[in-house]
Design a protein around this ligand. Structure first.
Ligand SMILES: NC(=O)c1ccc[n+]([C@@H]2O[C@H](COP(=O)([O-])OP(=O)(O)OC[C@H]3O[C@@H](n4cnc5c(N)ncnc54)[C@H](OP(=O)(O)O)[C@@H]3O)[C@@H](O)[C@H]2O)c1
Length: 287
């Protein structure tokens, strides 16, 4: 099979961690796929593609915070037939609201907007890798604030205005508290926004399958500093290997799905946007 005849899937931030595991699982489980490994470092991307040891993969330089990088990547991708799917996996966990929103929300938006015209117009898919930190964040907000995140008719302009407010509040935990926004945890805030953005985006593109999911608590470079801080091993903290973190994304890429714009837990079952649902608990059935 030639690349042009395969289901082409771009995964961002795929040079390591969960993104790499997602790429590996796609290639292993679906022989009709071709994976494009997005990486902000061309060299790290090239090495990761090589490590996969597969013909059906190549790397592509893609820094989700850079307009230039994303438009360049889109031009390269436009030379081939439409994409079957985009996985917005690239993410960071920092204490800085601006830096975290730039990757985890605005990066997801930048890549989605640039690549939407390149997706198969009927049934193309976008999977946004978010986090249970999103619903956890929303659960700590005041009831008034929670409304924004769970509003099924939320507009991008409203979310954008909220982001502007957060950028003004900066990293001052007390300022967030005073506004009914918990302690303003940058990571949780960014992932809550990304979940709500996913729902908005899905509403704009009803012929596509656009959803979000958490990979679960996974041992990667992102979480390892936390384990070190706790003085415990990743296993002791219940972290799973990166391969386990690919499961929910694989479900959203290939399973038959009911509805769209939803957020899924690491067990690939629907979860609410405003509170944590443990894997194995009954799936969420609301809007
Ligand atoms: N690990 C967990 O327990 C967990 C839980 C919930 C959600 N998640 C989410 O899962 C996703 C993957 O995280 P991970 O745990 O696999 O972390 P990771 O090992 O640190 O990998 C993050 C990936 O994102 C890339 N990245 C960061 N900024 C980027 C940018 N501006 N442009 C392009 N790529 C960028 C990194 O590239 P470099 O190598 O160049 O830095 C790396 O490839 C993230 O969205 C994270 O929030 C993880």
């Amino acid at each position: 099979m030639m690349e042009a005849d395969m289901r082409r899937i771009l995964v961002t931030g795929a040079n390591k961690g969960i993104g790499y595991a997602i790429a590996q699982a796609i290639l292993e489980e679906h022989s009709d796929t071709y994976v494009i490994l997005g990486a902000r470092s061309a060299e790290r991307g090239r090495r990761a593609a090589e490590a996969l040891g597969e013909q059906r993969v190549r790397s592509l330089e893609l820094d989700v915070v850079s307009d230039d990088s994303v438009s360049r990547a889109a031009r390269v991708l436009a030379e081939d037939p439409p994409l079957y799917a985009v996985v917005n996996n690239a993410g960071v966990m920092t204490d800085d609201v601006r830096e975290t929103l730039a990757v985890n929300l605005l990066g997801v938006r930048r890549v989605s907007e640039a690549l939407l015209p390149l997706l198969q117009p009927d049934g193309g898919r976008i999977v946004n890798v978010t986090s249970a930190a999103g619903p956890n964040f929303v659960s700590q907000c005041s009831p008034e604030r929670q409304k924004l995140f769970v509003d099924p008719q939320l507009e991008w302009t409203e979310l954008q205005a909220f982001v502007e407010l957060c950028l003004k509040l900066g990293n001052d935990a007390k300022a967030y508290e005073a506004k009914g926004l918990g302690n303003g945890n940058a990571y949780g805030l960014s992932k809550a926004c990304a979940n709500s953005y996913t729902r908005w985006l899905a509403r704009q593109h009803p012929r596509l399958h656009i959803n979000a999911c958490t990979p679960g608590f996974i041992d990667t470079d992102l979480t390892r500093p936390y384990a070190q801080q706790q003085g415990k091993s990743p296993e002791e903290l219940g972290m799973k290997p990166a391969s386990a973190g690919a499961r929910s994304t694989l479900h959203l890429l290939f399973a038959e799905l009911k509805g769209h714009g939803h957020y899924y837990g690491s067990d690939a079952q629907r979860s609410p946007l405003d509170r944590y649902r443990s894997p194995g608990d009954p799936p969420y059935t609301g809007d």
